[in-house]
Design a binder for this molecule. Structure first.
Ligand code: GN1
Ligand code: MG
Length: 540
């Protein structure tokens, strides 16, 4: 075993000597400018001439600046400068301990930490996972540095002190989880603020603002907490999304499109994961903000609806050859309207919140259409309709439009991409967009099925998708509209009966109000069903 030269023979130097002897160093001597003891072999400035005799040395000063200064001198001189780790310390195999550090008795240095050169982790201190102790810093006796903290170089964490967080607060981040997510994706240092974003009923969405080159704050990224009550397997959701967006990127490249704006680009966490899991086990994912884009909650100008039809028709075509068997079913039987009906009927029977008495007419309306529920499922089972890669949530607000040209730009909300029926994607668009009012309009007199908008959508959709759809699929489109609207209505009503556990709501009757608008639309579609077929004939 080697000999060790210690610079600094004070109290801390003596601790280091004891430790070094326990570690098996044979001869341990000091350089010190003041101390006069038998084992002091010279002054600190003698370190150059002592090098030949003692190839291994450390600087054991309690003072942070002095310890760092002499550690650097020793390294420059070409000494081997080890880290001294007391045998009773517990150091994770994944921790990086740089030269000239001291990890003293019973200190704990946890997973994925970095202890930079000449840092001192004193007796009984704990540095928890993923933290960094900067060069020349001192984590004093019995103090605690919690996970993910950064102790700046040369800083001292006082004895017994607890460092909960060293992070800058992110404006607008009203939960610890959101802030953790901002840091997990690496935006902590640049992020100016975060702000709620979008109108989805399921996930929680935020825009992440940062300064651009001119210093103006702009949204650069979108952070989303995925609702695990709805999406039980977020890893599979993200696998689908990465698979589909990467595939779409190839298609868009071949089409000569804009890769940054025509599909979403998802980003991995700093540690390379598809999503970040917060302390509560909730998944967060991140995507690029699509510049110069707008999103509509209802059709303001008919042209928008026509554009959205072309976009969804195009989307169907783009994914025409996507390997459907590689997709996970992120929500099993999502548009199995028969199952939806059965679940609904069971919820009426159970009536766990005693709310059925508040919505009898709506319940009757839904139950009376049991037979309708199976119309498309039957054709699927009989092999008359093919399964395609479908979006399954084709609301107008799941498309971004180009703010300049007004053209449909990018399909968003890709969580429910699964094998499904083309009629359902068509139908869900009609449900949401071919209505004269918003989905939660309280005044039913304002809610109508707008057959002109329907016609416009048929036109746009078939212009893009006609060549890939089979005649039976084209025939199935009007049923898709009726059934998606009916299904959405019974889902809202069922959620109302169950106490609003699925969709986000803003007030107690919100889901009931939504169910009513859907049933109003269903009724009007039924009345105009023949006309819906007539219109279809014109464009097929
Ligand atoms: C939900 O997430 P969002 O708001 O785009 C729901 C759709 C419904 C829609 C009704 C995963 O979509 O199925 O049709 O609300 N998504 C899920 O507005 O259930
Ligand atoms: Mg959405």
């Amino acid at each position: 075993m080697k000999n060790l030269l210690i610079l600094g023979a004070g109290g801390f130097g003596q601790m280091v000597k004891e430790t070094a002897l326990m570690l098996g160093y044979e001869q341990v001597v000091f350089l010190d400018d003041a101390a006069k003891r038998a084992d002091v072999v010279g002054k600190c400035c003698d370190y150059v001439i002592k090098h030949r005799e003692y190839p291994v040395a450390v600087a054991a000063f309690g003072n942070n600046k002095t310890r760092l200064y002499w550690t650097d001198k020793l390294m420059e001189e070409g000494y081997e400068v080890p880290a001294i780790v007391h045998p009773s310390a517990v150091v994770s195999p994944s921790a990086v301990i740089e030269q000239g550090c001291f990890i003293m008795q019973r200190a704990v240095v946890n997973t994925n930490t970095r202890i930079e050169r000449a840092a001192l982790i004193n007796s009984g201190a704990v540095v928890d996972h993923d933290s960094v102790v900067g060069y020349g810093a001192h984590v004093c006796l019995g103090s605690i540095v919690k996970a993910n903290c950064t102790i700046e170089p040369g800083k001292k964490v006082e004895a017994g002190e607890v460092i909960f967080s060293t992070r800058r607060k992110i404006e607008g981040a009203d939960s610890r989880s959101l802030e953790d997510a901002v840091y997990a994706f690496g935006f902590g240092p640049q992020c100016s603020y975060v702000k709620p974003f979008g109108e989805g009923h399921i996930n929680e969405t935020y825009a992440v603002y940062m300064p651009d080159e001119d210093g103006t704050d702009k949204p650069f990224y979108v952070l989303q907490r995925v609702n695990i009550n709805v999406f039980k397997n977020p890893a599979q959701v993200m696998e689908n999304i990465f698979g589909v967006t990467e595939y779409l990127r190839d298609v868009i490249r071949q089409e000569g499109g804009d890769l940054d704006r025509e599909t979403l680009s998802y980003i991995k966490t700093k540690s390379g994961d598809a999503y970040f899991e917060d302390d509560e086990g909730q998944p967060w994912r991140c995507l690029n903000y699509v510049e110069n884009s707008v999103c509509y909650q209802f059709v303001e100008r008919p042209e928008q609806f026509y554009q959205s039809a072309k976009s969804f028709g195009h989307f169907l075509k783009q994914l025409g050859d996507y390997p459907a068997e590689s997709l996970h079913e992120t929500i099993p039987q999502f548009h199995d309207t028969v199952k939806r009906y059965n679940d609904f009927a069971a919820a009426v029977t159970k009536d766990v919140k005693n709310r059925a008495r508040l919505c009898r007419p709506e319940i009757e309306f839904a139950l009376a259409r049991k037979e309708d529920a199976g119309a498309l499922m039957k054709q699927l089972q009989e092999g008359l309709l093919p399964l395609r890669v479908t979006h399954n949530d084709t609301k107008l607000n799941n498309i971004l439009f180009d703010a300049d040209t007004g053209k449909g730009l990018c399909i968003i909300d890709l969580d429910t991409i699964m094998p499904g029926l083309a009629a359902n994607d068509f139908g869900d668009s009609i449900r949401f967009g071919a209505s004269t009012a918003e989905e939660d309009e309280q005044d039913l007199n304002k809610v109508h099925f707008d057959i002109d908008l329907y016609e416009l959508y048929v036109k746009g959709y078939l212009e893009m998708a006609k060549e890939v759809l089979t005649p039976a699929e084209i025939d199935s489109l009007p049923w898709g509209a009726r059934l998606m609207t009916y299904e959405c209505g019974i889902r809202f009503l069922m959620d109302y009966l169950q106490g609003d556990v699925y969709f986000k709501t803003a007030y107690p009757e919100h889901n009931l109000v939504r169910a009513r608008t859907q049933f109003r639309l269903v009724k009007e579609m039924e009345e105009q069903f023949d006309q819906m077929y007539e219109i279809l004939k014109k464009y097929r």
